[in-house]
Design a protein around this ligand. Structure first.
Ligand code: PGA
Length: 253
């Protein structure tokens, strides 16, 4: 993989990535995006919404696939990723309703395995994901591919790792309210995207960033599988890059 891009301020990474996405939006008849949720990607979505407002960037031909979703929450639950994405991506960017996809929630299919299979099919029918935006969890997860996930995994139901639930506890008003299960794109689904764009910010990610980028590749740190992708770009702020070997710390001025 090419060396991670180091930035002094996360806004630099957010703007660079938003610009790349905007160029693809403008240059294509249709663009298929994979969407992460949470703090990490939120600045990229804010910047894209600004471009829609100030530069009349038109997202009418953009198709989206969310990476993951909790199981057992109604879609309008304030912590459902579907709701999060609606407020920060679908509405501010003006993604047409019929172009939005969230795993595990499709009422046309009765069971979770059927919904997962339908999600994989929908991605294939859309022509695959052109660009997928990703964060890295403290435990090395990508989407909800928790430690132990295989390189071959596809969209499926998973049990959430204790750290993942802990990290969500404040938002849910306590650990007991955090769902135990979720649906996630698999590692293989993610690796099939044409471009992978990864962001990690802050000191709490430093240790897992080192393991993901410099440690052994394997299921213990699912993010390490990303290194096998031919079009991977990783942006880090100085805090997240703090534990990398010095040779790898190429700084973007
Ligand atoms: P964060 O999580 O955005 O809450 O830091 C990243 C992730 O878990 O993928």
């Amino acid at each position: 993989m090419s060396p991670p891009i180091l930035v002094d301020r996360r806004e630099q990474a957010e703007q660079e990535l938003a610009r790349e996405i905007a160029d693809l939006v403008r240059g294509r008849r249709r663009l298929v995006l994979g969407l992460a949720t949470g703090d990490t990607p939120s600045g990229v979505y804010r910047e894209l919404a600004r471009m829609r407002r100030d530069e009349a960037l038109d997202f009418g031909r953009v198709v989206t696939f969310n990476l993951d979703e909790f199981l057992g929450l109604p879609p309008d639950h304030p912590r459902a990723f579907e709701r999060w994405t609606e407020e920060r991506v679908f509405e501010p960017l003006g993604i047409p309703r019929e172009n939005r996809h969230v795993p595990g929630v499709d009422a046309a299919h009765a069971t979770v395995p059927e919904r997962c299979a339908a999600y994989e099919l929908a991605i294939r029918e859309a022509g695959g994901i052109d660009l997928l935006l990703l964060g890295i969890g403290r435990n090395g997860h990508v989407a909800f591919n928790e430690p132990g996930s295989s390189r071959e995994a596809r969209t499926r139901e998973v049990e959430l790792h204790p750290w993942t639930r802990e990290d969500a506890a404040t938002a849910f008003g306590g650990l007991a309210s955090v769902p135990e299960r979720a649906v996630t794109m698999g590692v293989a689904t993610i690796l099939a995207a044409k471009r992978l764009r990864v962001l990690a910010f802050g000191a709490r990610k430093a240790s897992i960033v080192r393991r993901a980028l410099e440690g052994p590749v394997g299921p213990e740190v699912p993010a390490s599988f990303l290194r096998g992708h031919r079009d991977l770009r990783v942006w880090l702020d100085r805090e997240a890059a703090a534990e990398l070997g010095t040779g790898r710390r190429t700084v973007r001025s």
